[in-house]
Design a protein around this ligand. Structure first.
Ligand code: KIV
Length: 292
């Protein structure tokens, strides 16, 4: 086991790049794992962990840019962050959110915005929020060869219209609307569907009725995959977490402790030590000492 490596030992095959058709054909197989990432450092971590899809979500407005909601995020914001993720060459499929007002004004605007996300941001697919009223926009994006992921249920860009972040699909009429929207989006050609803030039974029912994988967030275990926000999963986001968040680490607290230790050592002149400092060559040091 510890001997020298044989020269002819085959290298482990590089894991294969995940594509839109891979995602579509995963329905009924292993659950899909999607996580947000917003820059090169988070993308490297998420991709090394082996997720299937990276979402450059417009949640970056809150967790990265410090806004209260996603409505202020611009197309240029999304392109800049997506391009940073793209530069890391992820194996995971790179999906990028179309921000508020980049597709609400019509199909032509949507294609121009989606095209910029692909061309300048390196997106391999885009995600947009809303049901049947988005069908013309979805068709136009698909005509432009841009794969589309749908997003139904609690759609944060409709914050004001919904009157807050509320679980959707609790009443029969709402359930019927959700089911009809999900079916229509799938018929139009979306390759996957995010279901957010929907009772588990409803999400499981929709998942069993549509041909594309559903990816849930606050939608129970009956979806074909799950997505979380990077900062929530790692405990990096200050403030009350929604019920559906599971925090797998407390990196925020660890980071505050580490920075506090640094501050304490700087103030006590305990950092840097000789280990973190550069030395002069001995002859230059001696000459300098003689001169002083
Ligand atoms: O913006 C985002 O992070 C999202 C996920 C919560 C699905 O849309």
């Amino acid at each position: 086991m510890y001997g020298p490596q044989q020269e002819s030992a085959p290298r482990p095959a590089a894991p294969k790049k995940i594509t839109v058709p891979n995602v579509v054909s995963s329905k009924g197989q292993q659950p899909l794992v999607m996580l947000t990432a917003y820059d090169a450092s988070s993308a490297r971590i998420v991709d090394q962990a082996g997720v299937d899809l990276i979402l450059v979500g417009d949640s970056l407005g809150m967790v990265v840019l410090g806004y209260e909601d996603t409505l202020k995020v611009t197309l240029d914001d999304m392109i800049r962050h997506s391009a940073a993720v793209r530069r890391t060459g992820p194996r995971a499929l790179l999906v990028v959110d179309m921000p508020y007002l980049s597709y609400h004004t019509g199909a032509r605007d949507a294609v121009l915005a989606g095209g910029r996300l692909v061309r300048e941001g390196g997106a391999e697919a885009v995600k947009l929020e809303g049901g049947r009223k988005r069908l013309p926009v979805i068709s136009a994006l698909l005509d432009a060869e841009i794969p589309v992921m749908g997003h139904l249920g609690l759609t944060p860009q409709s914050l004001n219209a919904m009157g807050g972040y509320r679980v959707q699909g609790r009443a029969m009429a709402e359930i019927d609307t959700l089911v009809a929207d999900a079916r229509a989006l799938c018929d139009a050609g979306i390759f996957a569907l995010v279901l957010e803030g929907v009772p588990s039974d409803v999400a499981a029912m929709i998942s069993s009725q549509v041909s594309v994988p559903t990816i849930g967030i606050g939608a129970g275990v009956g979806c074909d995959g799950q997505v979380l926000v990077y900062h929530d999963l790692l405990g990096l986001f200050d403030g009350p977490a929604p019920k559906f968040v599971k925090t797998y680490a407390t990196l925020g607290k660890q980071a505050v402790a580490a920075v506090s230790a640094f501050a304490e050592e700087v103030r006590a002149r305990a950092f840097p030590t000789p280990k973190q400092s550069y030395r002069l060559p001995r002859d230059v040091g001696d000459a300098l000492a003689r001169r002083n």
